[in-house]
Structures are given as C-alpha cells and as structure tokens.
Design a protein around this ligand. Structure first.
Ligand code: FAD
Ligand code: SIN
Length: 532
C-alpha cells in the first residue's frame, strides 16, 4: 500500500491532522491506522475538558501561561507555552465549528470548569464526557473527505528507515528518514508494508505500563517505542502523571474509572481514613493544587494510615448540579452502590498521562526526517515536569495544526521509496504459550508500580532496571522466535517504555514536578531535559 500521508492513531491528534491535510490537499491520499476500533482512544475517556482562554473579561493569556509554567515546575519551554495558549483559542473555535458541543450557562455563555493549578475557570466541557463528544465530532467530520481512508485493526509494528535497506543506523546517524511502516493486518494475521511520504505518530499514551491506570488498554506507548527503535530522540520520560482521583475498587487492576478533577473544582474535598480534610496540610491551594502535589499528598496519607485509598467528599455539593455536570460519574458511583449525596467516594492515584515522549520541535517534527509526532506521544515542551490539567487536548489540537502546516509545505518535495523489502518472518513460529506474554506483562506492571511510582529512590530504580533487563532479554528471545502478535508487540513496547522511564529517572538527580526521588529531594540549579 502507498499513501501520501500516513497517520498512526485516531485520537484527537491524528484525526485533527488528517482533517486539515485532507481539506487542503484534495488530490493527496491520507490513511489513518488504528490498532483496534477507531473510537477506542485515550481521547474518548477525557472527562474534565479543554483548557482555553475564552472569557477575556476575567481571564487572560498571561494567566493561562503563568499557570502552565507554574505546574511545569521550571521545565516548560516558554515559547511553546505561549504558542499553545494563544493558538489554542483558534483551534477551540474550529472544533466548535465542526460540531463539538460545549456546555453553556442559561445566559448563553460557556459554562467554564476549574481544575487543579488553574487560577481561573477556563475549562470547556461537555458534561463529564468531553472526550467522547470530541472524538465523535472528529470521526463524523472525517467521513466528509473521500481522500481519507480509515483502517481499523492495523497494528503498526515498526517504522521503516534506512535500517531496513541494510544500512547501519545509530542515534548519531544524520538524516535518518522514515519511508513508511510495517503493520500487522489483524484480519489476515499478516505483516504488510505501507509506504508513505509523510508519517504522523499520534499513538497516545502509555498508562498500561502501570498496574492501575486511567488509560484504556490501547495505551501501550507503541509510538514512543517504535520511534526509539528507529533511533529517534525521546525526551523527559520520567514525568509520568498520576491522576490523584481514580475510583478505587478493591482488587481491581487495569483501567480505573476516573473521577474528574472538575469535581474538586466544583467543591469536592479530599479526606483521609479518619474523615479529615488533609490538603491544607500540604499546599495553600488545598484540593486544587497541581496534580503532582495532590497525588503525593494522597500517597503520603495512604502510607500514614495504611490504607489503599482516601475519600472524595461530595456530600456538601449541590446535588442537582452534581448530577447535571457529572452524569457519567453519578451513574458509575450509583452502579456500585455509592450514593454521592451521603457517602464519600473511595479514590486513589492511578497512572494517567505521559508528559514526555517523542521529541518534537515547534512544528511537530521528530528527529527522524518526514516523521512527525503530536498528541500524548510527543514531547513538545509544553508540559515540562508536570502537565496542567486539561492542557493535553489543547496541545494535541495546536500541534496537529502545526504538523499539518509544515507537512503540506514539504509533501511535494518527497518521493516514495520504492525499494523497501517485504517483512521477513522466516524462522518464526506461532507462539506455544501465551502465558509467557501475559505473565511478563504482569511482572512489568507490578515492578513499575512498586519501584517507579509517585515516590522514587535510587535503590528502587536500580532494582527496576535489573528486572527490566531480564524481561527485555526474555521477550526479545521470544520475539525472534515467534510470529508477531499484538500482545507480544505491546509487551515489547511497554518494556521499552519502562526502560525509558527508569533510565530518564536515573539521569535526573533532583526532584522536580512529577519526578520525586527521596535521595535527591531538592531541585537542581541545572534545569535540563533528559533526552535518550
Ligand atoms: P489517543 O486519543 O490515545 O489515540 C491513540 C490512537 O493511536 C488510537 O487510535 C490507537 O488505536 C492508535 N494506536 C496506538 N498504537 C498503535 C499501533 N501500534 N498501531 C496502530 N494504531 C495505534 N486531557 C485533557 O486535556 N482534558 C481532559 O479532561 C482529560 N481527561 C482525561 C481522562 C482520562 C480518563 C484519560 C485517560 C485521559 C485524559 N486526558 C485529558 C488526556 C487526553 O485525553 C489524552 O492525552 C489525549 O486524548 C491523547 O490523544 P492522542 O490523540 O494523542 O491519543
Ligand atoms: C480530569 O478530568 O480530571 C482529567 C483532566 C486531564 O487529565 O487533563
């Protein structure tokens, strides 16, 4: 298969990019690949909303910029912050024009929410299912473009570079170039090659590297891992954001249901096992401090009291308003027997967002030629050491637009590479024991949770690295001998992601934002990104 523009991923980043390119280049072909169903993305699960300055009477670009910089704890790229905050307003208007319906007050003004780290109410939302609204809007919109082909159940395995033409490639090879991808067609169970002129990686996050995460099962860091294998640059992977308030359900692992931070924005209060409101002991912004601070405070309270969760108290909130703004949360709590008007909601932190990723410049260009990255898999410099709530959807839209502008400018100067060999599956057999894969995945998730969680130490990181080494060796052996399956590829990718998180954490000899190492409790004067 050949396509001018190849888009890996159908979340907000991939779909926004595809739409813009398709509209601007009606004579060019755009192919979007997804590994499961098109709507199954992190985007679909977004609750709180999209941060953006819309009420210029109370809010300003300067305030949003300042909040983003404060949350990022000294590591944001100020140029990128300004770009995202200012250009975000246009992108928000665009998605509203495409049909996204954000809640309004009776006055007709947008009903703006507030989340941790925001100094103003500036979050546009659709009830507590903003992501679903956005995802559906974009999926409907792309149907209008005959030059877009969306193919589900196509699992991208690797990015094709000069390496596949027999050249030796290292990180310092100049002009590594992307010619397309090898992809597992899950219906035919066969590896195919797709040759492209420009490829966009929009594969989302990697929450599945931890035992409990707010992310769906697709979030296995495939884009980051395959870019790293292709010798592209990966940045700041140590900054994994744990959302403070995932619903705690005893004995459950995997995807946890999120209780949006907007609930605290509307008056929800965190309480410990004794029913005490504790956030005032940790930060003057109390329950609406940035996420890294709230998640660490909860972790501390759980350790002090020997509990697996704390509570979110919504009993004093206006219940009619609660049901109206958070119908999805209300329904979920009711379904498991929690009456939010009378009972506290048990919550605990869960892996939520990867602030680092594929290093991308201000036009979304990765270090590999003709390979762009945007959305959660990219590291643009916006989030620094900790992402401000609801800045992710905004960043994805702004950078999808920038990737589009740059790639349409370049497309006509790029030729298809006709010399790419077919995938070589010689010497591999069907896997005999899937248990080897599932067991290794469990080991990986457990070790990352136990040793590379909210609070880290040098010894824990060292232990994690040793265990990762072993998992890596075993899995590579399996990969060489076995025919490719999504489960094996995901395991391999998650091990790479785990390695990148631990290695980056070991390089950072300080505590900053989401990375807290008790062996280096202070901040270093040397403010720098970790690039692998
Ligand atoms: P995704 O939406 O995750 O899309 C990834 C796509 O890549 C999928 O189509 C998948 O199939 C495809 N893919 C991955 N690997 C492969 C492969 N190997 N081959 C083929 N296809 C592949 N952010 C906010 O700003 N506001 C919020 O309110 C908010 N709430 C959130 C709530 C939850 C529960 C979660 C999990 C996240 C939330 N976030 C929020 C974060 C935000 O939703 C995500 O960062 C963002 O949606 C990511 O979009 P994306 O387009 O980068 O990736
Ligand atoms: C939430 O709704 O609390 C999540 C918002 C985000 O991750 O930005």
């Amino acid at each position: 298969m050949k396509t001018d523009f190849l888009v890996i991923g159908s979340g907000i980043a991939g779909l926004t990019y595809a739409l813009k390119v398709a509209r601007d280049c009606p004579d060019k072909s755009i192919t979007i690949l997804t590994k499961t169903e098109s709507e199954e993305t992190n985007t679909k699960y977004a609750q709180g909303g999209v941060a953006g300055v819309t009420d210029f009477a109370k809010d300003s670009f300067e305030k949003h910029i300042e909040d983003t910089l404060v949350a990022g704890d000294g590591l944001c790229n100020p140029e990128v912050v300004e770009i995202v905050v200012k250009e975000g307003v246009e992108r928000i208007k665009e998605i509203i024009n495409w049909g996204a319906d954000f809640d309004k007050e009776n006055s007709g003004e947008y009903a703006l929410g507030k989340e941790g780290g925001h100094s103003e109410f500036r979050i546009l939302h659709h009830k507590d299912v903003t992501g679903k609204e956005i995802e559906n809007t974009l999926l409907e919109e792309i149907e209008k473009f005959p030059n877009i082909q969306l193919i589900n159940h196509y699992f991208v395995v690797d990015i094709i570079t000069q390496h596949h033409l027999g050249y030796l490639i290292t990180k310092s090879t100049p002009d590594i170039e992307c010619f397309g991808v090898y992809v597992l067609n899950l219906q035919k169970n066969k590896i195919e090659k797709i040759i492209s002129k420009i490829t966009l990686v929009a594969t989302g996050g990697n929450g599945q590297v931890y035992r409990t995460t707010t992310n769906p099962s697709i979030a296995t860091g495939d884009g980051v891992a395959m870019t790293y294998r292709a010798k592209g640059r990966i940045e700041n992977m140590e900054f994994i954001q744990f959302h403070p308030t995932a619903l705690y359900e005893a004995g459950k692992s995997g995807q946890a249901f999120l209780i949006t931070e907007a609930v605290r924005g509307d008056g929800g209060i965190l309480r410990n096992a004794h029913g005490e409101a504790f956030m005032e002991n940790y930060d003057e912004r109390k329950d609406l401090a940035p996420r890294d601070i709230v998640a660490r405070a909860i972790d501390q309270e759980m350790k002090i009291n020997g509990t697996e969760h704390v509570f979110l108290d919504c009993t004093k909130m206006n219940q009619e308003k609660f049901v109206h703004h958070f119908p999805n949360i209300y329904e979920k709590c009711t379904s498991i027997g929690i009456d939010v008007s009378k009972q506290f909601i048990p919550v605990a932190p869960a892996a939520h967002y990867s602030c680092g990723g594929i290093k991308a410049d201000v036009w979304g260009r990765s270090s590999i030629k003709n390979l762009y990255a945007c959305g959660e898999c990219a590291s643009t410099g916006l989030h620094g050491a900790n992402r401000l709530a609801s800045n992710s959807l905004l960043e994805a839209m702004v950078f999808a637009h920038r990737c589009y502008l740059d790639s349409v400018k370049n497309i006509d100067s790029i030729q298809f590479n006709e010399g790419i060999p077919d995938w070589n599956a010689k010497g591999t057999n069907a896997p005999k024991e899937m248990i080897l894969i599932t067991q290794s995945l469990k080991e990986l998730q457990l070790l990352m949770t136990d040793y590379v969680g909210i609070v880290r130490t040098n010894v824990r990181l060292e232990r994690a690295m040793k265990r990762l080494d072993l998992l890596h060796i075993e899995t590579e052996k399996l990969y060489q001998a076995t025919s490719v399956s999504p489960q094996l590829c995901e395991l391999r990718n998650l091990i790479t992601v785990g390695y990148l998180i631990v290695k980056s954490a070991q390089f950072r000899h300080e505590s900053r934002g989401l990375h807290f190492n008790t062996d280096y409790p202070g901040k270093s004067d040397l403010v720098q990104n970790v690039v692998l």
